[in-house]
Design a protein. Sequence first.
Length: 292
Amino acid sequence: MNATLIDAPQLADALGDSRLRILDATVLKDDGDLWSILPGLAAFETCHIPGATFADLITEFSDPTKDTDPASALRAYALPTLEQFTNAARRHGINTNSTVVCYDQGPGMWATRLWRLLKVFGHDNVTVLNGGLPAWQRHNLPVEHGPHSLPHVGDFMPGAPYIPVATTNDVENIVDELDTDTILVNVLDAKTFRGEADTALPRKGHIPNSINLPFTALFDASGAFHDDTTLRALFAAAGIDGSRPVVTYCGGGIAATLPAFALHRLGIEALVYDGSLFAWTQDANRPLTTES
């Protein structure tokens, strides 16, 4: 099994494969506060896929030194160091030859965040469960309850970055039109893009020279990704066809991994601006606009 996206019945057939590692990346958000989050451990212990372990994106798979508030989303939005990620991957039994399946119990962005982290640190054989735990449950597949049991320590070895990250300097070059080739994509909803929605950010609007393609457009009514033909048409309508570089961003770098993942499936590599709007708005001199 070496695919970018896997359906629930396919994963069920693979259970028991010694090379398989399944990680639940669920993070719980407070809808009233963009930056207030908690690990999804309670949700995991209530229900999870057999053999899965809980991957805590807030403390394990991020750099918690970037923020001292344990309830702050900044802890999950900070790219971990090489040492932090290597230790976390090994704790979850990930070996160099492991097939890693990422899923979450929500909109999928935390699963694609973990997918991207594995790619950044050089692990190629990683896939995402299409539709997450809800899809698994719709197929009436077995689940487990209670805490996970960590497997043997893996021998994961990081490689060269398979997918690099976009920096604030990269985005500044797009804004200043030093880079006129790259397509900068804001993946938040249209109201937020236009500065009409309340957010926890200090300023409203979007980064100049960016287009808007809400991440919600990637999914069908069941919460699964659209088929490749539909996705390709969706991106092409936005001018994204693989002929130009792409950088995606959102509020903190999590939702931006969804279109990056979908594009990867289509053979188009997009970089994610890891800091996204939170990092951009830290400097009041960096511009935002509400104009489309």
